[in-house]
Design a protein around this ligand. Sequence first.
Ligand code: C2E
Ligand code: MG
Ligand code: MG
Ligand code: MG
Length: 269
Amino acid sequence: LYRAKAAGRGRTEVYDASMSATSTTGVHRELADAIAGRELVVHYQPIVDLADMRVVGYEALVRWQHPHRGLLLPGSFLALVQEAGLSVPLAQYVATSVVDFVARTRDKTRWVSVNVSADQLGDGEFATTLLGEISRRRVTPGRIVVELTESSLVASSTRIRHELTQLSAAGVPILLDDFGTGVSPLSYLRDLPVAGVKLDMSFTSGIPDDPTAGKVARALGALARELAMVTIAEGIEHEEQARYLHRNGWRYGQGWLFGGAQPAEATRT
Ligand code: C2E
Ligand code: MG
Ligand code: MG
Ligand code: MG
């Protein structure tokens, strides 16, 4: 039913809120099938050392290779995944794919970051699943890194803290994603086992035109270094941004200047 309706719509249209209850169920079923049938794919974006632009790792970013709509980005389907109660199967799928990717990577120094949301952690099984895959595939735990989006942590609970502590104690570093944009980033740095921060790309994109964005980036970098944390700047599109961030204490960088997310097979490892 949903497929028939969707086929008549414009190609670029994303699932919208006006869908009837019936078609919502249809989308949910379609998503469940997509996860089971491997239509969801994980792409990898390089992370470089800003000192020499060498690739040190990758961020895993999920995409939906939709049979009719083409390659869909997470912004167009993650909310639906959550609504459909499929966050946990998605997290398991991504975790398995990422550990497999790392296990096959020839350069054993490279790491991969995987994104998790609060609802994926709140289930209480994520750490067990990820650590199980890591030990099954005999991967060094430090080569898998977990990225937490600050905004997804608003509901920070004891259970989430427990999951993060379990991962961190097993050697899986935790990074605070979109750093600088959340509601209480500083209390997360204090209360959670955070090994590093990823500067939100809104600061990067303000460089060089917005002096305030640049100064905030510099101050956040100084704070992270004071706490002996790993620093990664996101959304670097121009050489000048890379230079400024490196000069101001951001050690690693990621962005279109160095390459976008690519399928595993296309990623040179
Ligand atoms: P994020 O973790 O902050 O990921 C960075 C986003 O910025 C990615 O968008 C990436 O493609 C994009 N990006 C990278 N370099 C540049 C650049 O130079 N310029 C600009 N303008 N954008 C750049 P994407 O892939 O659409 O992912 C969006 C968000 O979806 C991610 O933000 C992350 O929060 C979430 N996400 C992605 N994959 C997963 C997943 O497997 N699980 C969960 N729970 N969330 C995921
Ligand atoms: Mg991320
Ligand atoms: Mg981010
Ligand atoms: Mg983001």
